[in-house]
Ligand binder design. Structure first.
Ligand code: ZN
Length: 206
């Protein structure tokens, strides 16, 4: 299902902004979003950065529980403390673009036996491109956006403490601890993610 969104503006939370000159609001249906408390739904869309052409951002879907009906919007904090707001749109509307949830890599089920659609990390001793891929991954991870999540992830294979954040770059998201599975357990990424990272890093194909 195609989903369309449009950029609505950049606002600032008055209490979170050190520079009072950075006042700004985004109103939806007459409601100033920045005067209310937002709920987070752990659902995301990859949207274009409002100021940097070609750069994608992971915007979180939000609602305002104190309002009935609540507006639905997507929001992402920018480097300058501003919060970019995106609103649902219809195809063909001025400024409308197609936005999808991030493509996910390296999110495993909790235990091997768990009944879940999520994958389990499987070492692939025949993966010959490991070193090349890890160099490319390091390059992309230096340029990726990072989002801390609550708590610490443990490695499913050796139990070590393994990361506390998600990384996003272009249309993809993966955990910071994904690299450990590749480097220390010889787990091979999916073909789609492998191709994406190698291309993003400008590395030659394997
Ligand atoms: Zn491990």
């Amino acid at each position: 299902m195609a989903e369309f969104w449009r950029f609505a503006g950049v606002g600032y939370f008055p209490k979170l902004t050190r520079d009072p000159a950075k006042a700004g609001t985004v109103a939806v249906q007459g409601v100033d979003l920045f005067q209310h408390v937002w709920a987070l739904h752990m659902d995301y869309r990859m949207v274009p950065h409002p100021q940097v052409p070609g750069r994608k951002l992971r915007a979180a879907l939000r609602t305002i529980p104190s309002l009935d009906p609540s507006p639905t919007f997507a929001a992402v904090t920018l480097e300058n403390e501003g919060v970019a707001i995106y609103l649902p749109a219809t195809e063909g509307e001025l400024g409308a673009f197609r936005a999808e949830p991030p493509r996910r890599e390296g999110y495993w089920r909790q235990t091997r036996a768990e009944d879940s659609q999520m994958p389990w990390p499987a070492p692939d001793p025949d993966w010959a491109g490991q070193a090349t891929f890890l160099r490319a991954l390091d390059d992309v991870e230096r340029r990726a956006d990072r989002f801390a999540y609550r708590g610490m992830s443990l490695c499913r294979l050796c139990g070590c403490r393994n990361g506390f954040e998600d990384l996003t770059f272009d249309l993809w998201t993966w955990p910071g601890g994904f690299r450990h599975y590749l480097a220390d357990h010889h787990v091979r990424p999916s073909p789609a993610f492998e191709a994406f990272i190698l291309a993003a890093a400008g590395a030659p194909p394997l």
